[in-house]
Design a protein around this ligand. Sequence first.
Ligand SMILES: [Zn+2]
Length: 261
Amino acid sequence: MNKPEYIKKGKCIWCLQSKPEVEFNTKPHTIPKTLNPHNIGFDICDSCNSFFGSDDKFSKVTFSVDKVLKEFFNVHKFLLIHKKDSNSWKNFKSQFFSYYHTSRTLKLNVDYIRNAQYANELTRKFKRGIYNIFLQEYHRNTQLALDNKFERIRQFVRHDNGELPLYYLKNNDGVRLMGDFETPFELSFNDYTLNILEEYGFYHLSMTGLNFFIAATYKADSNMEYLINQAREIIGTGFVFTELIELKKLNEIDFTLRNWN
Ligand SMILES: [Zn+2]
């Protein structure tokens, strides 16, 4: 029996190599498995796949891109469990976060904040993680990620070159949980989101109350106005969202648990 291969276009969306230079035998989860075990991608070669999942002891932040993203979103899982079982915080373990029960606040561990270089690198890895799942999921849905317009995402995520912005919609309520965390994390690629991407270069990624926008293609650079208007519209719908920021430090995301009944 032949081993299954995870290949459709025949070229890796990250390193642009084909067989026999690279192989496609490892099952590529487009979103870290703990967040969504079902979505399996293709055209992600074994070496790129392993690169995103492997810690790097030579880098300042040794944790892999996948691990940084996972750890961050696991905090959300904790919050949801916390809502059902108020003693769950006693078992809370995280490499990045500390939980302060009296103020019901999650804080990024002090080291990350005091050590500016470390905090920058951690934030950069988180951003790369977001762009990583975007391109892999985009390809899984459209098979179009090999397009040249995603070259700078490849550079940023796979080769750690250049810089891409991550925009975050601030929330006046601290973390607001919407939906059920048991539902696997999904990215939406319907006609509407694909049109926006095509027209303006932006992609809106939302999960359980967190709202991010990424500059997915070069087009985004000349369409900041679209993003500002879009944010204004969302902010205008209620009193939940307050401000659109470009995320510079992970701790700009507010983890305070306010307005909890
Ligand atoms: Zn590759």
